[in-house]
Design a protein around this ligand. Structure first.
Ligand SMILES: [Zn+2]
Length: 263
């Protein structure tokens, strides 16, 4: 698949995305023009707030059921369009519904197959897994546009098992959880973590590889295309190792050579 332009729709409440350096990274990696845009919901239509509120999930153990939103829920969505940092509690949204809603907000003259879009959001996108019959938070909804949920990056890959164990034991004893959080600090990503920028590059690579080759993930931990289920693995693949494996480096090299010729 050829790509001629990449669009980045920013999430202003998460400056750690650092869209300037992300744009440079993508431009250097794929040799494609990268265009930065404001938050996607600046393009919101009359129905967008209602549609988003309808895509909320209330039952983690049931596949998507369209929700009939209250006026307050619709108004809440409308307010987040003006100020995305308004989000206080984590609200779950069906990722595929969310993707469909934001797709409709991309201008039609930028919706060619050669235009690739990233939509960043602090809303938590989830998908229903029929293997265990429950919703899971997702950092990435890989499609075009691809959705990258900054809340998903922090909440979806699991923290160390020991962290949960200590938390459970201490909850029972009524102890302060701050000391446990402190003990594991650095072992997982936190809100406004300075490492988010690099981690987001990895999710962008996964989304673009999926678009280009039809396969998004790599089984090797020594590759930025690894689909990490644990925070530890995510930090290792994206920061400590921080490269593509040989196979995927070669695929990228051949793709850019061909794409350069066509551009
Ligand atoms: Zn690989």
């Amino acid at each position: 698949m050829r790509i001629s332009r990449i669009f980045l729709y920013n999430e202003p409440s998460v400056p750690e995305i650092s869209s300037d350096s992300l744009a440079n990274f993508l431009q250097n990696t794929f040799h494609v023009t990268v265009i930065k845009r404001e938050n996607i919901f600046k393009n919101a239509a009359e129905d967008t707030a209602y549609d988003l509120a309808s895509s909320r999930i209330f039952n983690m153990h049931q596949s998507f059921q369209i929700h009939v939103p209250t006026n307050e829920e619709v108004e809440f969505e409308r307010q987040t369009f003006q100020n995305t940092s308004k989000v206080e509690n984590i609200i779950l949204y069906d990722g595929f519904e969310f993707q469909r809603i934001v797709s409709s907000l991309i201008p039609s003259d930028e919706s060619n197959v050669e235009d690739f879009h990233f939509v960043f959001t602090n809303k938590l996108t989830c998908t229903f897994d029929f293997n265990d019959y429950r919703y899971h938070g997702r950092a990435l909804i890989g499609a075009n546009p691809s959705i990258i949920s900054t809340t998903g990056i922090i909440e979806a890959p699991a923290k160390p098992r020991e962290y949960y164990m200590e938390l459970m034991v201490n909850y029972g004893q009524g102890l302060n959880i701050d000391s446990i959080k402190k003990k594991y600090q650095g072992a997982y990503l936190e809100y406004h973590d300075l490492r988010l920028g690099k981690i987001i590059e990895g999710y962008c690579l996964q989304a673009l590889f999926y678009y280009i080759t039809g396969e998004s993930f790599c089984d090797l931990l020594d590759c930025r295309l690894n689909n990490a289920h644990w925070q530890r693995d995510l930090l290792y693949s994206q920061l400590e190792f921080g490269k593509l494996c040989n196979k995927h480096s070669e695929i990228l090299k051949s793709w850019t050579a061909l794409n350069d010729l066509n551009c």
